[in-house]
Design a protein around this ligand. Sequence first.
Ligand SMILES: [Zn+2]
Length: 70
Amino acid sequence: MPHYHNLICTQCYFERVPPARAQLGYKTCLTCGETDAKRVRHTIAPLNKSNYMLFTDPELLKQLNPKRTT
Ligand SMILES: [Zn+2]
């Protein structure tokens, strides 16, 4: 088990990531997560709709797309 309970938000480095949220793959607190969700709404991967929520995390998107051009 990863040490989810000590995760700090990777955006504000101030709030902790709620454990339930961290287990879903999020690395941001609720506040930053809300902001992120709005910002990446148009970049959701066109995959299985049941996995929709998983792809709102920019880090996950990077992992899914190893051919990124940056
Ligand atoms: Zn935050």
